[in-house]
Design a protein around this ligand. Structure first.
Ligand code: GLC
Length: 431
C-alpha cells in the first residue's frame, strides 16, 4: 500500500519530534534544520522574482503520456529501462530554453533532475540508468546549468525521493518499512552530485516523499547536506519538513492568516500534464495564466509555470506562444508583479491587489476594450496620482466622502486580461 498525499500530511501532523540518525558524517535534528533556513538574501531574491519556469523532462517524454506513465500503465521496470535506447532529444538547446524563460518574464527555472521514474538527467556515479548512458550521451542538466550561469538565471533542481526503477527503493515501499540504508546512501550521493557538479544552484525542489515519513527519509540530514554544500540554496517542503517554501500544486494556495515567514510558490501546468502528453490539448488561455500570476502575487506567492518538452527536447508551440504572451504582458505591467507585496484586501473576484510602498496596484480582470467600468473601490489614504500602468495615461475617478473611489472609465485598448491601475498615495499600501 502507498500513502496518498493527504494521508502523508496527516501522518506528518501526528508525528512526534523528529530525530534523524547520523549519516555520511552529516547529522542534524529537525529542530536544527528548522531554525537554520536559507539566508535572507536568498529568501528575498526569490520572493521578489515571483515567476519561474518549471521543466518536466525525462525518459517518460518518449512515451508522450505524462510523467506517471510507467506507474499508470504498470510498465515493468525491465521494459521501461529498455526505452533508454530511444532517448535522444537531439533538438535540446539549453540557450533556447533559457531565452524562452527570459522572454516569458520568468526569473528562475526549476528542472526535473530525476523524476519518480528514477532516470537521472545528470551525470551520476550511482546508476547507469541515466541520460549519459542513453544515445543522447550528454549531461543535459550540466548544459542547462552552464547556460543558466551564462544568462544569470537561477536554477533549481527538482529531485524525486521515490524511485520506481531502483530495487533498493522498491524493497521499502510499505510505509512502515524503513527506507533501506542503501537507498538513502544513493539519494545522498545524488544530492551531493547535484550540489557539487554544477556551480552555484538556486536550490533543491524535493518531491515524491509521501510513502515515508521525514524521519525515514532522514530529511533533516538531506537538508543539512544541501545547506553545507550550497549555503545559499532554498529548499522546498516536499521532503516532509517545511524548510524554506511551501508548494501548493495546481492551486494558488491560501495565504496564512498570520504571516508565518515562509515563502510560497504555486506550481501550475499550462495544459493538464507536467510531462509531455501528446493528446492533452486543454491549454489554459493566456488571460487565465496572467490572472493566476497576479492573484498569486496578491497573496505573496510565486508561480512556477510548467512546460513538458517533447521527446525531441523542443518545447511545443502552444506553450511557447502562451509564454511569449505572458512576457508581453509583463513587459508592460511587470512593475505590478515583481518585488511587490500583497496590497489592501479586495472584495471583487475579478481583481487582484498588489503594492509597493505607497503605490497600490489595482489589477482589473476581464475588462474588454471599449467598454466602461462601473465599480467602486476602497483606497487607503490620500491619492496623489492614478494612472494606467501600461501607458501611463491618467485614470479618471471620483473620490467619495467614504474614502472610496468610483469610476466610469472606458478601456482604451489596455490589456483586457488584466489592466493595472497604479494609485500613488501618501500611505503604505502593503498589506
Ligand atoms: C506531483 C506529481 C509529479 C509532479 C509534481 C509537480 O508530485 O507526482 O508528477 O512532478 O507533483 O508538483
Amino acid at each position: 500500500m502507498q500513502l496518498n498525499r493527504r494521508q502523508f500530511a496527516q501522518a506528518l501532523a501526528a508525528a512526534p519530534a523528529l530525530a534523524a540518525a547520523p549519516l555520511m558524517g552529516v547529522a542534524a535534528s529537525a529542530a536544527d534544520v528548522a531554525s537554520s533556513g536559507a539566508p535572507a538574501a536568498s529568501r528575498s531574491w526569490f520572493r521578489d522574482a515571483r515567476f519561474g519556469m518549471f521543466i518536466h523532462f525525462g525518459l517518460y517524454a518518449t512515451l508522450e503520456r505524462g510523467e506517471w506513465v510507467m506507474h499508470n500503465e504498470r510498465i515493468p521496470p525491465a521494459d521501461y529501462q529498455k526505452r533508454m535506447a530511444l532517448f535522444n532529444p537531439s533538438g535540446f538547446d539549453a540557450r533556447a530554453w533559457v531565452e524562452l524563460a527570459k522572454a516569458a518574464g520568468q526569473r528562475y527555472m526549476t528542472i526535473t533532475s530525476k523524476h519518480h521514474e528514477g532516470f537521472c538527467m545528470f551525470r551520476t556515479a550511482t546508476s547507469d540508468f541515466g541520460i549519459v548512458h542513453s544515445p543522447f550521451g550528454r549531461d543535459l542538466i550540466g548544459e542547462l546549468a552552464a547556460e543558466c550561469h551564462r544568462q544569470n538565471m537561477p536554477l533549481f533542481f527538482y529531485f524525486s525521493l521515490m524511485d520506481w526503477n531502483n530495487p533498493a527503493y522498491k524493497e521499502s515501499l510499505e510505509p512502515k518499512t524503513p527506507v533501506s540504508a542503501a537507498f538513502i546512501d544513493t539519494i545522498q550521493t545524488q544530492l551531493r552530485e547535484l550540489c557539487t557538479q554544477y556551480g552555484k544552484i538556486a536550490g533543491i525542489w524535493f518531491d515524491g516523499g509521501w510513502d515515508h515519513t521525514p524521519e525515514q527519509w532522514h530529511s533533516a540530514d538531506l537538508i543539512s547536506l544541501i545547506r553545507a554544500l550550497q549555503p545559499g540554496a532554498l529548499i522546498n517542503d516536499r521532503s516532509g519538513l517545511p524548510a524554506d517554501f511551501s508548494t501548493p500544486e495546481q492551486e494558488l494556495g491560501h495565504r496564512p492568516e498570520k504571516d508565518d515567514g515562509r515563502l510560497r510558490e504555486a506550481c501550475l501546468t499550462i495544459n493538464d500534464d507536467w510531462g509531455y502528453a501528446r493528446t492533452d490539448s486543454r491549454y489554459k488561455p493566456v488571460s487565465q495564466l496572467v490572472q493566476s500570476l497576479a492573484t498569486a502575487a496578491g497573496s505573496d506567492c510565486n508561480v512556477l509555470l510548467n512546460v513538458g518538452p517533447q521527446p525531441s527536447g523542443v518545447i511545443q508551440p502552444e506553450f511557447v506562444d502562451r509564454l511569449h504572451a505572458m512576457g508581453a504582458w509583463l513587459n508592460k505591467n511587470g512593475t505590478a508583479i515583481y518585488s511587490t507585496r500583497p496590497g489592501p484586501a479586495m472584495y471583487y473576484t475579478a481583481t487582484a491587489s498588489t503594492a509597493r510602498g505607497n503605490t497600490w496596484f489595482l489589477h482589473i480582470f476581464n475588462w474588454p476594450a471599449g467598454t466602461s467600468l462601473r465599480m467602486d473601490y476602497t483606497v487607503k489614504g490620500e491619492i496623489r496620482r492614478a494612472y494606467v500602468v501600461e501607458d501611463g495615461s491618467a485614470f479618471p475617478y471620483q473620490r467619495m466622502p467614504s474614502g472610496g473611489i468610483t469610476t466610469t472609465a472606458t478601456n482604451k485598448g489596455w490589456s483586457p486580461e488584466d489592466c493595472v491601475i497604479a494609485f500613488e498615495t501618501g500611505t503604505d499600501q502593503t498589506a
